[in-house]
Design a protein around this ligand. Structure first.
Ligand SMILES: [Zn+2]
Ligand SMILES: [Zn+2]
Length: 266
């Protein structure tokens, strides 16, 4: 089994050494771990991310660990790029400069609006739910116009705090999924949702089933922000993926995809 989404202290809101994440992965029998730390450029989000100047250090640190753990576990280097149209060219440059194994894209900020942190107005229920969902999905559609990433991370993150819209976004979402299919992107199954008020995986089973019907491939990650969380909730989630019909997971080496069997045990 693999964990394709773990963080590092460089993002200022994760704990533990990079090596501790790897050791936890080895301890629970994982065959592969991918660091996918944040690179966020928004004014309001950059304190929750490595700085662009730290990217070379981060990349090198993963390369060293990749070497050190060769034959024990595969260690991959990735970035979770926080989409905003104004930084898309910059992200393209970063992606072209380093040979990362995997590039993920996600949305944590909608313009100035923070939709992810504990202190956010969104978490506190101060914002119009339908409006924010609409904004989230329109940003997501825009994100899919760019080509610098391989994986869409926690695609329905907007549900994190448990707020549900009163109107249906099914049609919009169908459009998004067909775009993902036509671009042959991977959808990440992110098990951290069980840690938040929504108490379900990202994306929901309904979306996972739709992905399977459309032939969209998936990968899986814990979004661990501390070493103990590596592989969290896999016992619960892996059988769900099998029941949706999935038998394979996507892995990446220098952004080249390889499908591996989805073994239910770690
Ligand atoms: Zn984070
Ligand atoms: Zn993450």
């Amino acid at each position: 089994m693999i964990d394709y989404h773990v963080h590092t202290q460089l993002c200022n809101h994760a704990k533990g050494s990079m090596e501790a994440y790897i050791q936890k992965a080895v301890a629970i029998g994982l065959k592969e771990i991918c660091f996918l730390d944040h690179l966020t450029m928004h004014e309001y989000g950059k304190r929750l991310s490595m700085s662009p100047e730290e990217v070379p250090f981060y990349f090198q640190a993963v390369q060293q660990l990749k070497h050190k753990y060769r034959g024990i576990i595969k260690v991959k280097a990735g970035l979770e790029l926080d989409f905003a149209q104004e930084y898309a060219d910059f992200f393209q440059k970063i992606v072209d400069t380093y040979s990362f194994d995997l590039i993920g894209s996600s949305l944590h900020f909608l313009g100035k609006m923070d939709i992810v942190t504990r202190k956010s107005e969104w978490k506190q229920g101060k914002l119009d739910i339908d409006y924010v969902y609409g904004l989230y999905f329109s940003q997501l559609e825009k994100m899919l116009d760019y080509n610098y990433f391989d994986v869409v991370c926690h695609i329905d993150l907007i549900k994190k705090f448990g707020w549900k819209p009163s109107i249906s976004f099914d049609k919009t979402f169908d459009k998004i999924l067909s775009k993902i299919k036509s671009k042959d992107l991977i959808v990440e199954v992110n098990t951290s949702g069980y840690e938040y008020p929504v108490n379900e995986i990202f994306p929901s089973m309904e979306i996972i089933n739709k992905c399977h019907e459309l032939g969209i491939n998936i990968t899986v990650g814990s979004d661990a922000h501390n070493p103990e969380s590596v592989g969290q909730h896999y016992d619960r989630v892996l059988p769900m993926l099998v029941s949706a019909g999935y038998r394979q997971l996507a892995t990446f080496t220098k952004r080249k995809r390889e499908m591996i069997p989805l073994a239910q045990r770690h």
